[in-house]
Ligand binder design. Structure first.
Ligand code: CA
Length: 228
């Protein structure tokens, strides 16, 4: 399973990374709420382990924002508070389950496995985008159109995922560089333009049809026809 750990306390974060890696999972970790939202929207995780008390954006708000964009994202909340109110608030914010600190390794792993199994059953739906007759499978990195299948690169799939997750607005080239390429300083915005030009040739039909990726003057790019 592909798991994102969101925990600001370094010793606990490292312990969780070790625990899940030893159980055979692919693990990524971040230490604050804003980074958690960014990673969740840029990348596909089977499960997010989310601490409640976090710097920059608390766990409840992270949960709300992620679930708004990706209702299918499985989230297991970790909370130091044991009160009934917090549990109820967490579940209202969209968390799928919660574990109260301190928790045992076996209990946590059991919850992780249970949520992961549920998430993987929904994966085929959540990784599927559809636009003007073009069916895009982000998980398989494939686009189907007019009976033909086109292979996408992982980066192209990530661009589409990011634009779609933020389809209410235009996305700047800098934002794409940061979240899709990982903000490598040797890269330039021209790299984004070239990659998107290739991507559009693969997934779009002739110019008479609606654009899947629309250039937005002075900003960058947007999913579909922005504002429609
Ligand atoms: Ca914390």
């Amino acid at each position: 399973m592909n798991v994102l750990i969101v925990e600001d306390e370094a010793s606990l974060r490292e312990a969780l990374v070790d625990l899940l890696q030893n159980a055979g999972h692919d693990v990524a970790a971040v230490a604050d709420g804003e980074s958690a939202v960014d990673r969740c929207l840029a990348q596909r995780f089977d499960l997010v382990l989310l601490d409640l008390m976090l710097p920059r954006l608390d766990g409840m708000e992270v949960c709300r924002r992620v679930k708004q964009e990706r209702p299918e994202q499985a989230i297991l909340m970790l909370t130091a508070r044991g009160s009934e109110d917090d549990k109820v608030d967490g579940l209202k914010a969209g968390a799928d389950d919660y574990v109260t600190k301190p928790f045992g390794a076996r209990e946590l792993l059991a919850r992780v496995e249970a949520l992961g199994r549920r998430a993987s059953r929904q994966e085929s739906i959540s990784e599927h985008l559809s636009f003007d007759g073009c069916e895009i499978d982000l998980g398989l990195c494939q686009a189907h159109r007019d009976g033909a299948t086109v292979k996408l690169t992982a980066r192209e799939a990530q661009i589409l995922r990011w634009l779609h997750a933020h389809r209410a607005r235009a996305v700047s080239r800098g934002e794409l560089l940061e979240h899709v390429w990982g903000a490598r300083s040797d890269l330039q915005t021209r790299t984004v333009d070239m990659t998107i030009a290739n991507l559009r040739q693969k997934v779009e039909r002739d110019p008479a049809h609606p654009r899947i990726v629309t250039p937005v003057k002075g900003v960058g790019y947007a999913w579909g026809e922005l504002g429609t």
